[in-house]
Design a protein around this ligand. Structure first.
Ligand code: NI
Length: 184
């Protein structure tokens, strides 16, 4: 089932998301729905707050870019109860977008490497470093779990330039190809 996307301005996107217990009801269904919603919106990552749930669940689908980057063939991963443990000291620029901020793309600097701890679908614990595009997507999605969005990183000047667009978005002025949850 495709879930409606919560758009910039929805308060759930600014909440700190909580860990879930191993007996969280219908987790498998939620993960299936999140993967389907992500694929339908042609995105690479989706965090539960983006579908209205303040819980630490993230799905990442890099299979959709595997034509250009064959190493990501079949890459569909769920990160549950994920937390960033440490990052590298460098900062690299990359243009980001977000399914909750349709139509806006801005360059964001982030560390090139990130170490995270999480549990998988079977609640098996993991602790790993990621780099490259994976590290980028993970950091963007894990920010959603802290109520942070990529526009928070923009310079005061860039923030000023996109302000009108963001304010419009909170009033329902945006267009996207996927089902979105209106703010009002
Ligand atoms: Ni996002």
């Amino acid at each position: 089932m495709i879930l409606p996307m919560y758009i910039f301005g929805q308060s759930v996107l600014r909440k700190h998301a909580e860990d879930i217990p191993a007996d969280y009801p219908e987790l498998k269904t939620l993960l299936d729905n999140m993967f389907e919603t992500l694929r339908n919106a042609e995105g690479v990552g989706l965090a539960a707050p983006q579908v209205g749930l303040p819980i630490r669940v993230v799905v990442i689908d890099l299979d959709c870019i595997s034509e250009d980057q064959p190493e990501f063939k079949g890459y569909l991963r769920a990160f549950i109860n994920g937390h960033i443990i440490e990052t590298s000291d460098d900062l690299v620029p990359y243009e980001e977008g977000c399914l909750s901020i349709p139509g806006l793309h801005e360059t964001v600097k982030r560390p090139s490497r990130v170490r995270i701890q999480w549990v998988d679908e079977n609640f098996e614990p993991h602790d790993e470093w990621f780099d490259g595009f994976e590290a980028r997507v993970i950091q963007h999605e894990f920010d959603h779990l802290e109520g942070k969005m990529f526009v928070d990183y923009l310079s005061p000047l860039r923030k000023q330039l996109v302000k009108k667009k963001l304010v419009g978005m909170t009033k329902g002025q945006f267009s996207c190809t996927y089902k979105a949850k209106p703010n009002r």
